[in-house]
Ligand binder design. Structure first.
Ligand SMILES: C[S@@+](CC[C@H](N)C(=O)[O-])C[C@H]1O[C@@H](n2cnc3c(N)ncnc32)[C@H](O)[C@@H]1O
Length: 426
C-alpha cells in the first residue's frame, strides 16, 4: 500500500491548509480522513477499490475539474449565477398546476367528452385532461395572448383535440358560436383563477412585486389598446375611490394611508410608473410593517395593493361572476364545474353561485344568515334564491395538502370546489 499512500501524500501537497477557514477547511478535513484511512502509514491495509474511488474524486477536486467544467460567472453569489438565472432554472416549467390530481379525480374525463379550460395558462391542467382519456377534447380559453400561443402549440401536439380560443370569459359566447358549439353541450368546465407564473415571472407584465417593471397588469396584453394599465389607474383615480379599491379588492387594512400616499406622490412630484416605485411607496406608507402570509413567511406590505390593482385592471370579479353563469349555460345537465380560487373574494362569488345565493345574475352581497326573516317574499323570488342550479360534489372546500404547499408555495391559498349542473333553467 506504500504507493497508494504516497499518491495521497502528493495530492495533499497540492492542497495547502487554509487557517483562515477555522473548522471548515476542506484541506484539514481531508488530512484527517487520510490519517484515519492509513492508521499505520504506508504499511496500512486498505480496500483498494474504495481507495481508488476516493483518490480519483479528490484528484478531480484538487485539479479544479468541476470549476473548469461549470464556470462561475459571478463570484458574488453562492451558485456563481445571478439571482434571475437561479429563478429561471427553477421555473423552466412555465406554470405548475395546483391540485391537478383532485381536478382529474372529480372531473373523471371519459373518452369522447369535451371540456372547457376557462383559464388555460400554460396548459398544465389541459394536458392532464387530454392524457387521462383518449379522444377527450379541450376548448382552451385564455385572455392572455402568450397563453393563447401555447394553446395553439398544444393543438399541434394533440391534433383535432384542442380548440384554442383567445378571449375573456365574457367573450366566450361569441367565440363558441363561431365554432358552432351550443348551450348544454359541454361535459366539464374548469376555472383555475388568478395569475399564471408566466405572468408573474415576466417583469415587463408588471404583476410582480419582486421584479421591477412597468406598472401594467393587463392580462389581455395589448389586445385592447384603450384598456387602462395599473399606472393609468393610479394616475387618475381620486383618493376616496382608491381607498375603496384597496379596501374592497385588496382587503387592505392600511388602505387609507396608502391611498393618501399615492395621491400626495402624484401632486408633489410625478406619476408612478414602475412596480418598484409603488412597492417602495406602500412600504414607506405602512412604516415598513412586517406581514406574514398563511405559511407564516414574511410577505411584502404591498402584496394586497398589487392584488387589488390587478383585480380592478382586469375586472376580474365581474368576469368571474359572468363566467359562472356561462358555465351553467354551456354544461350539459350532469356536467361538472371545478373551481380553484386563490382569495376570499373569488371564492365567495363561486360559493354563492353554487349554493344559489344569486339574485338577478349577481351574487347577493349579504350572506344568507343576515337575510331579514321577517320580510315576506313572493314564491318565485324565494325559488330563485334557494333553488340552486348546482349540486355540490364536495360539501366543503378542499385545500392542498402540506406536501403540495411545500413543493409549490403558490398553492397555499388554493380552494377547490366541484359541483354538478342539476337544473336546466336560467
Ligand atoms: C392560474 S393561471 C392558469 C394556469 C393553468 N391552469 C395551467 O395549468 O397552466 C390563470 C390563467 O387564467 C387567465 N384568466 C384569468 N382571468 C381570465 C378571464 N376572465 N378570461 C380568460 N382567461 C382568464 C389568465 O390569463 C391566466 O393565464
Amino acid at each position: 500500500m506504500a504507493g497508494r499512500y504516497k499518491q495521497f501524500l502528493r495530492l495533499l501537497e497540492s492542497w495547502p491548509l487554509d487557517s483562515s477557514k477555522k473548522g471548515r477547511d476542506l484541506g484539514h478535513h481531508i488530512r484527517q480522513k487520510v490519517v484515519e484511512a492509513f492508521p499505520s502509514g504506508e504499511t496500512s491495509k486498505v480496500n483498494v477499490e474504495e481507495c481508488e474511488k476516493v483518490y480519483n474524486s479528490l484528484k478531480r477536486l484538487a485539479d479544479n475539474y468541476y470549476g473548469d467544467k461549470f464556470k462561475r460567472r459571478y463570484t458574488s453569489s453562492a451558485t456563481g449565477l445571478t439571482r434571475e438565472e437561479c429563478t429561471e432554472s427553477k421555473t423552466s416549467v412555465l406554470h405548475v398546476p395546483v391540485m391537478a390530481s383532485h381536478v382529474l379525480e372529480y372531473l373523471r374525463p371519459q373518452p369522447g367528452q369535451i371540456f372547457i379550460d376557462m383559464t388555460f395558462g400554460a396548459g398544465g391542467l389541459s394536458k392532464f385532461i387530454l392524457d387521462e382519456s383518449q379522444n377527450t377534447r379541450i376548448i382552451a380559453l385564455d385572455r392572455d395572448p402568450l397563453a393563447n400561443s401555447l394553446s395553439n402549440e398544444l393543438s399541434e401536439q394533440y391534433p383535432g383535440r384542442v380548440i384554442p380560443l383567445l378571449g375573456k370569459f365574457s367573450e366566450l359566447p361569441e367565440l363558441l358560436k363561431s365554432h358552432n358549439i351550443s348551450r348544454d353541450s359541454i361535459d366539464g368546465i374548469v376555472f383555475d383563477l388568478g395569475c399564471s407564473s408566466m405572468q408573474l415571472d415576466r417583469a415587463e407584465r408588471g404583476f410582480s412585486i419582486s421584479k421591477d417593471g412597468p406598472l401594467d397588469m393587463r392580462m389581455d396584453g395589448d389586445r385592447f389598446p384603450h384598456q387602462p394599465t395599473a399606472a393609468d389607474v393610479l394616475a387618475h383615480i381620486d383618493e376616496h375611490d382608491l381607498f375603496k379599491l384597496l379596501r374592497i379588492y385588496g382587503e387592505e387594512k392600511n388602505a387609507k394611508k396608502i391611498s393618501r400616499a399615492v395621491i400626495e406622490t402624484r401632486y408633489t412630484f410625478r406619476k408612478l410608473t414602475r412596480t418598484h416605485e409603488l412597492k417602495d411607496l406602500v412600504a414607506s406608507a405602512c412604516d415598513n410593517q412586517m406581514r406574514l402570509d398563511k405559511l407564516q413567511r414574511i410577505s411584502h406590505s404591498a402584496t394586497k395593493t398589487f392584488q387589488a390593482l390587478r383585480i380592478f385592471v382586469n375586472n376580474e370579479l365581474n368576469e368571474l361572476n359572468y363566467g359562472m353563469i356561462l358555465a351553467h349555460r354551456y354544461l350539459k345537465v350532469g356536467g361538472k364545474v371545478i373551481t380553484l380560487t386563490f382569495h376570499s373574494l373569488e371564492d365567495r362569488i363561486v360559493k354563492r353561485h353554487l349554493v344559489g345565493n344569486v339574485i338577478e345574475n349577481a351574487i347577493n352581497p349579504l350572506p344568507l344568515k343576515y337575510s331579514n326573516h321577517s320580510l315576506l317574499y313572493d314564491k318565485s323570488f324565494v325559488d330563485n334564491i334557494i333553488d340552486s342550479k348546482w349540486k355540490m360534489i364536495n360539501k366543503h372546500v378542499l385545500m392542498p395538502d402540506a406536501d403540495e404547499i411545500e413543493a409549490n408555495p403558490r398553492s397555499r391559498s388554493a380552494k377547490f370546489r366541484a359541483a354538478i349542473k342539476c337544473l336546466n333553467i336560467e
